[in-house]
Write a protein that binds this ligand. Structure first.
Ligand code: BES
Ligand code: MN
Ligand code: MN
Length: 477
């Protein structure tokens, strides 16, 4: 059953107001990874809670306790649980999204202020969180607004679960989801889950996503001197922590992306021809990846290898070195303590529990080979398991029908390289199908400078989310 035409025209007619609401959301600097902005994440929770209440959703803010970040104890931002409709004859869908965002400073290379939404002439809505993940959350609000303004009942019952710590590993959320999934919990009666927190592969073909990679994130610290040293006085005199660390970091992954930690790549069975055919059929080319990356730097010119590298193989990336000299100028310093950060994206059957011991063992043995008198410390920062769903399920079928009706296109089925830690928790603790239904495009630049959401993706994407609810209502289980 397609969504009412009246709904589609309503979304078009309210586009400017919806974009203004997105601007209001982007203006709240809800960066979960920045201790100084924790108050902004809390403010964002209250803002969203107010919007939901005004649209007729019964909500509650759930205190998730405290956590330690960078050695400081902080209150976790509250999660928002919401509920609208409880007609036993209707299906119940659980909708998840995150209202925290990645850090952004104009000096990172943004053309405009990251927390001021800019509407460009080409229709791009530029601002941090526009695509990841405030735009999609607001898409759901747009759908609710039609039903409130026109006194129309929703076609399904909805439960909401919105969090403010996703970009920092979703701390505290697994426990909440597990608790509320039990009999008598808030999520009782949920038939399926929909998450809109991912992207198309390119800039033209809608997708439905049935897999995400997991993650395990490490911080490796090398220390020795009691304080930073003058390299003129101590160069070639002491073991330098940075020299040791660079050596270790250089032994983790090779230039072709092969993971050098023994046993990690080997855990994943190779793809057979049948699986390779899935990647061959996707609407994706080397130029899509290069234009999204902003450089002609793809690891291979083989499309299948490229897609498998992103979707079904693990990867190891080096992220940064804390404590290293990183200001402009030429300071002749030997840093006393440096911490390398890297992470591994995991695919089935890998889990952080299975991979972490291999990484720790390898780092220790490589460090021992250096014959250094410096000290090594290895910490796991956060992690999450990979997830793969059954894309033949009615939940996906409803989303396919909605995509056809809004975009007049057949969606590609994808697995994604990124991670949303709570996805597998929803699937396992509720025992229901989870669908990822994206709003944005592959070149939106999530986590990057000049993050954007195209106006058409925001508006058509809102229609898509609403249409999905109508298709869900009509489909037989
Ligand atoms: N929306 C992304 C997840 C994602 C990334 C989906 C790429 C599809 C493609 C999410 O907000 C995200 O950034 N997740 C983090 C999780 C991490 C901090 C545990 C990620 O993937 O780095
Ligand atoms: Mn996201
Ligand atoms: Mn993100």
């Amino acid at each position: 059953m397609a969504a009412p035409t009246e709904f589609l025209t309503y979304i078009d007619s309210k586009a400017d107001a919806f974009i203004q609401r997105l601007a209001d959301a982007v203006a709240i600097q809800s960066v979960s990874g920045d201790a100084k902005r924790r108050g902004e994440v809390v403010r964002m929770a209250h803002w969203l809670d107010g919007q939901l209440k005004a649209l007729g959703v019964e909500t509650k803010l759930v205190d998730l306790g405290k956590h330690v970040m960078d050695g400081v104890e902080l209150d976790l931002p509250p999660a928002i649980l919401g509920s609208i409709g409880n007609d036993p004859k209707k299906k119940t869908v659980l909708i998840y999204g995150h209202f925290d965002v990645q850090p952004a400073n104009k000096s990172d290379g943004w053309d405009t202020e990251p927390f001021e939404l800019v509407i460009k002439e080409n229709g791009q809505l530029v601002g941090r969180g526009s695509s990841d993940d405030k735009g999609p959350i607001l898409g759901w609000l747009n759908v609710l607004e039609y039903h409130r303004d026109n006194q129309k009942p929703l076609p399904v019952n909805i439960k909401f679960c919105f969090e403010g710590m996703e970009e920092s590993g979703s701390e505290g959320l697994d426990e909440l989801v597990e608790k509320e999934s039990k009999a008598g919990g808030y999520f009782e009666g949920v038939d399926c889950v929909c998450i809109s927190d991912n992207y198309w592969l390119n800039d033209r073909t809608p997708v439905l996503t049935y897999g995400l990679r997991g993650l395990t994130y490490f911080k490796v610290t090398v220390s020795g001197p009691g304080r930073d040293l003058h390299s003129g006085v101590f160069g070639r005199t002491v073991h330098e922590p940075m020299t040791d660390l660079i050596h270790l970091m250089g032994r983790l992954v090779d230039q072709q992306g092969n993971i050098l930690v023994p046993g990690v790549d080997e855990m994943v069975p190779p793809a057979d021809d049948e699986e390779k055919a899935i990647y061959e059929a996707l609407d994706y080319s080397i130029s899509d990846v290069e234009s999204a990356a902003g450089g002609q730097i793809s690891l291979t010119s083989n499309k299948v290898d490229l897609l498998m590298g992103r979707m079904r193989n693990p990867s190891l990336s080096l992220h940064g070195i804390e404590g290293a000299f990183s200001e402009p100028g030429a300071k002749t310093v030997i840093p006393a303590k440096v911490s390398g950060k890297f992470s591994i994206r995991l695919v089935p059957p890998q889990t952080p529990e299975a991979v972490n011991p291999l990484v720790i063992e390898y780092l220790k043995s490589e460090f021992a080979k250096l014959n250094t008198k410096n000290r090594l410390e290895i910490e796991g920062l956060h992690g999450g398991k990979p997830w793969v769903a059954d894309h033949k399920h009615w939940n996906f079928e409803a989303a396919k029908r909605a995509t056809r009706s809004v975009y007049k296109q057949e969606p590609d089925l994808t697995r994604e390289g990124g991670s949303i830690p709570v996805t597998l928790t929803f699937a396992e603790s509720l025992g229901v199908n989870v669908l990822l239904l994206p709003m944005g495009r592959g070149d939106d630049g999530a986590h990057s400078t000049n993050e954007k959401l195209d106006r058409s993706n925001f508006i058509e994407g809102s229609k898509l989310l609403g249409s999905y609810l109508y298709e869900l209502a009509a489909i037989s289980k």
